[in-house]
Structure formats: structure tokens, C-alpha cells
Design a protein around this ligand. Structure first.
Ligand code: S3P
Length: 453
């Protein structure tokens, strides 16, 4: 599907965004493996989260499986069952209630577990399956089938699971069983790897720890600590002991990574934007620090917590032009999903911007390092890959046509880039946005963008 974004639109105001994808994956996994009932509201109808629900349905006890399957097949449309908001944007769906029978209650799947486009689904579920005494096979779409899986297979093997990848990629076969705790020193900063090992560690004998080269998002350890698990968080190391968690009730906050696209669009329009009911976890809001350095004032006000996650309002003031900056290698894992949209902002800034040590972007849903540089070039800007760095020239974009390449964040970044461009931007494959932000085009239009589909 094609979308054309025309210059002249101006984005700003008040908005809510769909629930956080990272958090939703984890809470669904925790609900399916809990002993007792759970109720999760605010789950986004994002395709990736539906993949997690479907995969969990394949291994859950029958009652929970039916609930998960029904939700994955037909998540309630925005507005159904939720009248709790008066803010513009997307209301969230009603709660999903399911009864877990603990990790021991999981059952062998009768078919391949299809993770779709979702690396988080595959890697985190592999961690759960590692301690289950049955075999299963995890498969994914073309993009996921090209992504590295040894990073998660290696520590799970060390713990005692039998894992086979296909030349390091999906499909991944897992035969789980009795696990022993390990001390894993991760060589790549990845919250997915950390989470997989921690989830496996809950069902292992002895202590399991993961040390990261750089800190990454901490949703898994926050939720576990909140559920009473013996979790120790020290600087770059997280340690967990065997634990069976109970059920819980929580509302998924809005996804700050989805909000990032709207914030960037407003920054290019020079207007103020408030995002309500959004996750404010510091391991996810680092993009605000970078926006500040580029000349945008922001403010976060936390109003409540959900399963250990701070939730509140994120306000961005109107700004008058953007300045280029440097994003260091230690910062990168804290805004890894925001690089495509920050790079588009950088293309409109005065002066160059450098993203240092961005190699991990090569193994996302597409090669975002090369993809972002090429897209900026196609829209009349200048950007290049210098070793593992991305260097964006600044100075503005003229518009043109570019493809999302099946990557949700590339699709949305291209739409945002158009807001500051002097001519229209035609995006091929805009529907990819549904992977994380269903209703993206509708929301951006409601905030003032001029988009034709
Ligand atoms: C995620 C972690 C990140 C991120 C992805 C979601 C998560 O991936 O890019 O979109 O939910 O844990 P890596 O762990 O591979 O960096």
C-alpha cells in the first residue's frame, strides 16, 4: 500500500498511542506462565504482539489458549470497551483475562510456533521453552528468518537446553528440560537475550545472571521484581533465582517508541505535543535527551506505576529549528528503535549528526543502517555509513519516493521525514506500520499531517 505525505501539514496537540509492544510481549508471557489468573488491559493490536499471543496459545493450557487465540485473531477495535479517555488519539481495548497453570502447566505444541515478524517473540519464548520438557519449533517470516538466533541459543544451551538454529537463524528447534543457572556475559547489548536468559533462569536450578556490555531496557526485571521474584539488579548485571510467579492485573502504558514518531513530526512542525498515558521508563525515554540536545524542550511527569513501570504524560514544547548532535555508542541501546526517526530529524537539522557504534541496526527487521542512509539520499539529503557509524548531513530534504522495505519503523520514519520536506514523500509499503503502531496514519492525520492513501 502506498501513502503520500504532502508538505504544509503541521502536527501538534494531545494524543494517546497504542500500548507498549515490548511490555505487552513480556506481560503476555508472564500471564501465560503464571500460577493463577491475570488481567491485562491496554494490549496493542500490533501484529508483533498478536504473534506472541498466538505462539503462547500454542503452548498454553486449553482455557488460556482459547483466550489468547481469540484475542490474537481479533483484538477489539480501538474504542470497543474502553471509554476511559477524552484525549485525542487511540483509546485502548478491554482487558484480556486468562488463567495460568504455571510453567509446569504449559503443553507441547501440535504445530510450528509462528512468530511472524517478531524477534522479541521468538527470543523470549525460546527462553520460556528452554525449561519445558518437550520439543517445539519456532518459525518466522522472511525478515525474521534472516535474523541472528545464536545470541540466544548459546546461553540457553549452556544452561542445558537442546537448541538447534538453521545456520544461526530461524527456524529454531528447542527441546527443553532441567536447566542449571549460569553466569552469562553478553557480547551484544540486547534486552531480548537478557530477557530470554532471565525467563529460563526462573525455571533453572541455582542462580542465573546476565551481564550486559551496556544497559538495555529493563521491563523483564522490573515486572519480575514487582511479582516478588528474587531479582537483583546491579549496574549492568541482573541475577535471578528459581521462582514461580503468581498472576497479576495491569494496564499496558502507551508505547514511547511509537510516540517518538509523533514527537519527531511535531518537532519538524515546530509545534508542542503532549502524549498521555505513556510509558516513562528511563531505559526507554533516552530519545528525549537527544531531542533536548537538538533543541527541543521536553518534560515527563509520572502519575502512576503499572507492574513496576512508570506511566505518565510526556510533553514537548514547540521549537524553532533543530541542531545536529552526536549519539554515543553507550547511548545507542537505549534508543535503538528510535534511530530511524532521529536520523530523519537529523536530516532536517542544521549541521551533521553522528550515531556511533550502530552495528546492531544491521540485524533489525531490515538493515536499518544502510536503509536509513539510502532513504535519506533518495529524499534529497545526505547520509552515509562510516564503518559502524551513521553520519547524517543535515540541511533539509526535498522529498521523493522510497520504500519501507517491509520494516515498520522505516515506514513511519519516512512519513515523518516528509513533514519537514519541501516536496511530497511517497512511501511504498506504509502498512508495515501495523507491526507496532496500528492506526499510525490515522493518528498522524488527526494531529494535522496531510496524507493521502
Ligand atoms: C526489544 C529489544 C530490542 C528492540 C526491539 C524490542 C525488546 O531488540 O530493538 O524492538 O522488547 O526486548 P534487541 O534486544 O535485539 O536489541
Amino acid at each position: 500500500m502506498r501513502a503520500t505525505v504532502f508538505p504544509g501539514g503541521s502536527v501538534g496537540g494531545d494524543v494517546r498511542v497504542p500500548g507498549d509492544k515490548s511490555i505487552a510481549h513480556r506481560w503476555l508471557i508472564l500471564a501465560a506462565t503464571a500460577r493463577g489468573g491475570s488481567e491485562i488491559s491496554g494490549l496493542p493490536a500490533a501484529l508483533d504482539v498478536r504473534s506472541t499471543a498466538r505462539v503462547l496459545a500454542g503452548i498454553s493450557p486449553l482455557g488460556a489458549a482459547a483466550v489468547l487465540e481469540a484475542w490474537a485473531a481479533n483484538p477489539p477495535a480501538p474504542g470497543e470497551g474502553d471509554r476511559s479517555t477524552s484525549n485525542r488519539g487511540q483509546p485502548r481495548g478491554p482487558a484480556v483475562a486468562l488463567e495460568g497453570e504455571g510453567r509446569d502447566g504449559l503443553r507441547p505444541p501440535t504445530a510450528d510456533l509462528d512468530c511472524g515478524n517478531s524477534g522479541t517473540t521468538m527470543r523470549l519464548v525460546a527462553g520460556v521453552l528452554a525449561s519445558c520438557a518437550f520439543g517445539s519449533r519456532l518459525v518466522g517470516d522472511e525478515s525474521l528468518s534472516a535474523r541472528p538466533m545464536e545470541r540466544v541459543a548459546t546461553p540457553l544451551r549452556e544452561m542445558g537446553a537442546v537448541i538447534e538454529t538453521t545456520d544461526g537463524h530461524p527456524p529454531v528447534q528447542v527441546r527443553g528440560g532441567s536447566l542449571r543457572g549460569v553466569r552469562h556475559v553478553a557480547t551484544v547489548p540486547s534486552a531480548q537475550v537478557k530477557s530470554a536468559v532471565l525467563l529460563a533462569g526462573l525455571g533453572a536450578h541455582g542462580e542465573t545472571s546476565v551481564e550486559e556490555p551496556v544497559r538495555t531496557r529493563d521491563h523483564t526485571e522490573r515486572a519480575l521484581a514487582h511479582l516478588g521474584a528474587p531479582v537483583l539488579i546491579e549496574d549492568r548485571r541482573v541475577t535471578v533465582e528459581p521462582f514461580q510467579h503468581p498472576g497479576f492485573r495491569a494496564a499496558v502504558p502507551g508505547d514511547v517508541s511509537s510516540a517518538a514518531f509523533l514527537l519527531a513530526a511535531a518537532a519538524l512542525s515546530g509545534r508542542a505535543l503532549s502524549v498521555h498515558d505513556v510509558g516513562a521508563n528511563p531505559s526507554r525515554t533516552h530519545l528525549l535527551r537527544v531531542l533536548e540536545r537538538m533543541g527541543v524542550r521536553t518534560r515527563v511527569e509520572v502519575s502512576r506505576h503499572e507492574l513496576g513501570e512508570p506511566v505518565g504524560v510526556l510533553e514537548m514544547a514547540g521549537c524553532d529549528g533543530l541542531t545536529g548532535t552526536e549519539v554515543g555508542a553507550a547511548e545507542l541501546p537505549l534508543l535503538i528503535d528510535e534511530v530511524p526517526v532521529l536520523a530523519m530529524l537529523a536530516a532536517h537539522a542544521s549541521g551533521p549528526t553522528r550515531f556511533l557504534g550502530a552495528a546492531e541496526l544491521r540485524v533489525k527487521e531490515s538493515d536499518r543502517l544502510g536503509g536509513v542512509a539510502a532513504a535519506i539520499g533518495r529524499l534529497g539529503g545526505s547520509a552515509e555509513v562510516d564503518g559502524d557509524d551513521l553520519v547524517v548531513g543535515g540541511g533539509g530534504l526535498s522529498g521523493g519516493a522510497a520504500s519501507a522495505g517491509g520494516d515498520h519503523r522505516m515506514a513511519m520514519a519516512l512519513a515523518v521525514a516528509a513533514l519537514g520536506a519541501s516536496g511530497p514523500v511517497e512511501i511504498d509499503g506504509i502498512e508495515a506500520a501495523d507491526v507496532s503502531f496500528p492506526g499510525f496514519v490515522r493518528t498522524l492525520s488527526a494531529l494535522g499531517a496531510r496524507i493521502e492513501q
